[in-house]
Design a protein around this ligand. Structure first.
Ligand code: ADP
Ligand code: 5GP
Length: 198
């Protein structure tokens, strides 16, 4: 099962993802490659694999990415090998990727649930992003500018979740994951005794 989660910077994706991962040990977060520099507290191989632009471009040439995009002036890409390795171990994968990445995944007919996380309003988004205190003024402006553009693509998604009260948004994402599990069961015909009915 693949769960794709997008949303403007500062909307609460990482916060919700950490809560979901803590409760579902059979789901792994896809660790992307990026050319952006680590924020304080981020570790190579945990939040991202932090690499140079040259190394990223080599990986693009060798077709190592399931999808990749330029987001907020940095390159981000999903590793095909990493995803294949986790799926072969039986894990479900949660992807934190932007709209451009979602378009590529959908063009490849990558099955899954596509979720866009939205703020209750733009002022709240700005407050959260500033409150996180991780961006300089240039990066903050870029991220807020890109937020409107990102949210305009809401029609690409199967689900829109508003992150107003955190616990409600986490429960909403978990409901979607539960529904997706049941849908996969129907698609894959997982219940072996059903085939015995003939
Ligand atoms: P993203 O990963 O989408 O960029 P984060 O998860 O880093 O966003 O969240 C941005 C900031 O907003 C963080 O400081 C986080 O603690 C805070 N936050 C997330 N969800 C909520 C919420 N429902 N209410 C208030 N603050 C929130
Ligand atoms: P951040 O720099 O805040 O960690 O992430 C910035 C944006 O990049 C977020 O919108 C996130 O969803 C997106 N992103 C992270 N990894 C990938 C990836 O591998 N592919 C794509 N397309 N977007 C990504």
């Amino acid at each position: 099962m693949r769960i794709f989660l997008s949303g403007p910077s500062g909307v609460g994706k990482s916060t919700i993802i950490q809560a979901v991962l803590a409760r579902h040990t059979d789901i792994r977060l896809s660790i992307s490659y990026t050319t952006r520099t680590p924020r304080p507290g981020e570790q190579d191989g945990r939040e991202y694999f932090f690499i140079s632009r040259a190394s990223f471009e080599e990986r693009v040439s060798s077709k190592s990415f399931l999808e990749w995009a330029n987001v907020h002036d940095h390159l981000y890409g999903t590793s095909l090998d990493w995803v294949a390795s986790m799926e072969s171990q039986g894990y479900h994968i949660l992807f934190d990727i932007d709209v451009q990445g979602v378009k590529q995944a959908q063009a490849q007919h990558s099955p899954g649930a596509y979720i866009m996380l939205l703020p209750p309003d733009l002022a709240t988004l700005e407050r959260r992003l500033k409150g996180r205190g991780t961006e300089d003024s240039h990066s903050l402006a870029t991220r807020l500018e890109n937020a409107r553009q990102e949210m305009r693509s809401w029609k690409l998604y199967d689900y829109l979740v508003v992150n107003d009260r955190l616990e409600t948004a986490i429960a909403d994402v978990e409901s979607i994951i539960s529904a997706e599990r049941l849908r996969r069961q129907a698609v894959e015909g997982r219940l072996s005794w059903l085939s015995e009915i003939g």
